[in-house]
Ligand binder design. Structure first.
Ligand SMILES: Cc1ncc(COP(=O)(O)O)c(C=O)c1O
Length: 431
């Protein structure tokens, strides 16, 4: 099986966290997202331990909650004692409603509106990750008006190629995010931040991209950032207390992809970072990481009911399911690979090559191509593995299809985390 939390039981059914996926589909209906509580906690603990061991107490993983956002996930993050990163007031609000302490929140975004700034400051967000000069001035002005001070990091683009899909690269010089070192704008915004009296500059942030399997791009980015920190110190005397290196570690979605050992990777990153810091003579700041995908992706799967199965003679076969791009737009966006199987025939060998498609009125509504399934029939349950990240949080109501429910499984028991959206929910705001 793709990950250790998955299995096949005596009925030949797929299991996740020891729960029978077919029974859950029958109980809650489909499409259904199933989340394995134990797997998320395992991933968080692994990161937390590795970060603390390698970078010292105070160094924390922050859950990049754009990967998966609903109240229950923030409750879990709170219980596990990690911080979080948010990119919108919606995420901050959800976290706050779940009882998450916003002083542990890092507020991102390349276009924070005046309303966003006011909300975040008044609700006690710990740290702003300021993207650009415009935002910095607007934040400072607001703080002046309300007589408050705010801790900030500056988002810097180190100009690194992370060897991943171009849609998920974020740290190159020509990017909508952050201020580039290469153009001198990173230095300019640092000088501006140091001159403003309502913001307290803590250090710097970078995030080079997502679904990255190699250590080198991270080590390179850290090296560039440390050199920048050293340079700024010589130019301004400012010594960064925090270096937030973002998220981005890859997850195994299909056989053939590597399953990263996150503890080992963090250990390797730490070695490279410490070496570089010693070489250039800067004292190591507190290191923060912002994993999203690698904390939640492999804890989730989505189960659908198979509907029409059709073969176009001389061409290919299509298996349609009762969800698709509204609950998982990632194939449509960037042909993201996934592992698909029939949950009620999990032990059987595939014999039927097909494209698995959704129910939307859109040819691009594809979950995966070139899938081999064991004689799929109407009424079978089809599972897409590793959907815990960037699925539910990217879900839409395209074609007025309600979003799926989310169910937790914990020690073999199940409970609802997010109710299935209804038709009434979808017209609730309409006059
Ligand atoms: C600023 C920032 N931090 C963290 C992440 C999380 O990345 P990942 O889910 O790949 O770990 C992202 C993802 O886009 C991001 O933009």
């Amino acid at each position: 099986m793709l990950h250790k939390n998955l299995g096949i039981n005596e009925k030949g059914h797929l299991t996740i966290g020891n729960a029978d996926v077919v029974s859950l589909a029958e109980k809650y209906g489909t499409p259904l997202m199933i989340l394995d509580d134990g797997r998320i906690r395992r991933n968080i603990r692994l990161y937390k331990k590795a970060v603390e061991e390698n970078f010292g107490k105070g160094s924390l993983p922050l859950f990049a909650s754009k990967a998966l956002c609903f109240k229950g996930i923030y409750r879990l993050a709170k219980e596990e004692g990690i911080g979080m990163d948010a990119v919108s007031v919606g995420e901050l609000f959800t976290a706050e409603q779940a009882g998450f302490d916003l002083s542990l929140a890092y507020f991102h975004g390349n276009n924070k509106t005046d309303e966003d700034i006011a909300f975040a400051v008044s609700h006690g967000v710990g740290t702003f990750v300021v993207d650009n000069e415009d935002e910095l001035r607007a934040l400072n002005e607001y703080l002046e008006k309300v007589g408050k001070k705010q801790k900030i990091l500056l988002r810097i683009t180190p100009g690194i190629d992370p060897h991943t899909h171009k849609a998920i690269v974020t740290g190159s010089v020509d990017s909508k995010f952050g201020s580039a070192i290469e153009t001198g704008q990173a230095e300019e915004i640092t000088r501006l931040a140091l001159s403003l009296k309502n913001v307290e500059l803590q250090g710097f942030h970078c995030h080079i991209g997502s679904q990255i399997f190699e250590i080198e791009p991270f080590a390179e980015a850290a090296s560039v950032m440390l050199s920048f920190i050293a340079y700024i110190k010589t130019q301004t005397g400012f010594e960064a207390k925090i270096l937030n290196l973002g998220g981005g570690l890859g997850v195994k979605y299909v056989e053939g992809q590597e399953e990263l050992d996150y503890a080992a990777v963090i250990g390797e990153m730490a070695k490279a970072i410490k070496l570089r810091a010693a070489e250039i003579g800067v004292s190591l700041p507190l290191i923060l990481l912002e994993p999203g995908r690698s904390l939640v992706a492999d804890a989730g799967l989505t189960v659908y009911t198979v509907g029409s199965v059709k073969t176009i003679k001389g061409y290919k076969s299509y298996v349609s399911v009762d969800g698709g791009m509204p609950d998982n737009p990632r194939f449509a966006l960037y042909e993201a690979p996934y592992t698909l199987l029939l949950a009620n025939k999990a032990g059987e060998k595939g014999d039927f090559f097909c494209s698995v498609v959704g129910r939307c009125c859109e040819s691009g509504d594809i979950l995966q191509e070139n899938v081999c399934l064991p004689s799929p029939r109407r009424g079978d349950y089809l599972a897409v593995l590793c959907t815990g990240a960037y699925n539910y949080s990217m879900a839409s109501n395209y074609n007025r299809i309600p979003r799926p429910a989310i169910v937790w499984v914990k020690d073999g028991a199940d409970s609802i985390a997010v109710r299935r959206e209804t038709n009434e929910d979808m017209i609730r705001l309409e006059v």
